[in-house]
Design a protein around this ligand. Structure first.
Ligand code: C2E
Ligand code: CA
Ligand code: CA
Ligand code: CA
Length: 278
């Protein structure tokens, strides 16, 4: 005997309960995954387009769920965020990546290790502490760590984000703006946030061969990088034509399947040892 008026309330309660249950089980699953070693990182080379030299790698997290098989970070990163587990996940990836970074260095490759950090974590000074603690625990040199800030369009409190980024940079860690050009806050991001590298989103990179407008955007970002002394990376470079355009623009750093897919740690170290012919 549900009255019309009570119906929406019942629905809302059910939703809330489902949400709560989902969050609890998701949280438990992520915790279990970390404990059971179902999470690991792969490393995608970042290469200088003119010399072919691998100067850095980006750590990308992978989740091989015991029951469901591999789950894409595109799926589980948002779930992790919703379940309030981004901090733990980031701590895990930072630790794994810094240890991997030491392994590269021990093998004579002085690469920069890049780690993705979701912009929601820059709403709180805690991330600066996590970064500092991880560097200490792994004794990895801060100057070889770079944080890629993803989804900058979602930063709502710029004052706090600036404070957090400034504190992290004072450790010697560099900051990269990921997926530049996507979302709405990017030029505001460019002028307001302190950073050292920008990554041109692959949307523009993949269109630039046939689309003069996309090419003009890439060219202007390369130019902007030079003028502002900011390192520029074109991401998602998939073929020789794209590499050729980027070489003609005077050279940038590049990342993408044309250079290498994300690799295991051992494979990435071997990739760095090869003389890469581009
Ligand atoms: P992203 O940071 O933009 O990373 C680049 C994504 O593009 C990676 O996908 C990579 O495997 C893929 N990729 C690289 N080269 C190419 C290419 O030439 N063509 C195409 N089509 N794709 C390419 P992945 O590993 O599935 O990661 C997806 C996104 O998930 C990342 O995008 C990043 O935003 C997020 N992510 C991954 N690992 C982490 C992490 O540890 N923490 C956080 N917060 N986010 C992460
Ligand atoms: Ca990234
Ligand atoms: Ca990106
Ligand atoms: Ca992306």
């Amino acid at each position: 005997e549900t009255s019309e008026a009570s119906e929406p309330i019942v629905v809302a309660t059910e939703d809330l309960e489902n949400d709560l249950q989902w969050n609890i089980s998701m949280r438990a699953r992520i915790d279990t995954a970390m404990e059971a070693g179902e999470l690991h990182c792969v490393y995608q080379p970042k290469v200088n387009v003119l010399t072919g030299r691998m100067y850095g790698v980006e750590a990308l997290v992978r989740w091989d769920d015991a029951e469901r098989g591999p789950i894409s970070p595109m799926t589980f990163i948002p779930q992790c965020e919703k379940a309030g587990r981004m901090e733990d996940l980031t701590r895990y990836v930072l630790q794994t990546a810094c240890n991997a970074g030491r392994y590269f260095h021990a093998n004579g490759q002085l690469i920069t290790m890049s780690v993705n950090v979701s912009s929601i974590l820059f709403a709180d000074l805690k991330i600066a502490r996590i970064v500092q603690d991880t560097l200490l625990a792994s004794s990895f040199d801060a100057r070889h760590l770079m944080l890629e800030v993803t989804e900058t369009a979602r930063i709502s409190d710029f004052e706090t984000a600036i404070e957090v980024l400034t504190q992290i940079r004072s450790l010697g860690v560099r900051i990269s703006i990921d997926d530049f050009g996507m979302g709405s806050a990017n030029f505001e991001t460019f002028v307001r946030l302190p950073f050292d590298e920008l990554k041109i989103d692959r949307l523009f990179v993949n269109r630039m061969v046939e689309d003069p407008k996309a090419r003009a955007i890439v060219a202007s970002l390369v130019r902007l990088g030079k003028d502002a002394s900011i390192s520029v990376v074109a991401e998602g470079v998939e073929n020789e034509q794209e590499l050729e355009v980027l070489r003609k623009l005077g050279g940038t750093n590049v990342q993408g399947y044309a250079l290498s897919r994300p690799l295991s740690l051992g494979q990435a170290v071997r990739f760095g040892q090869m003389e890469n012919e581009l």
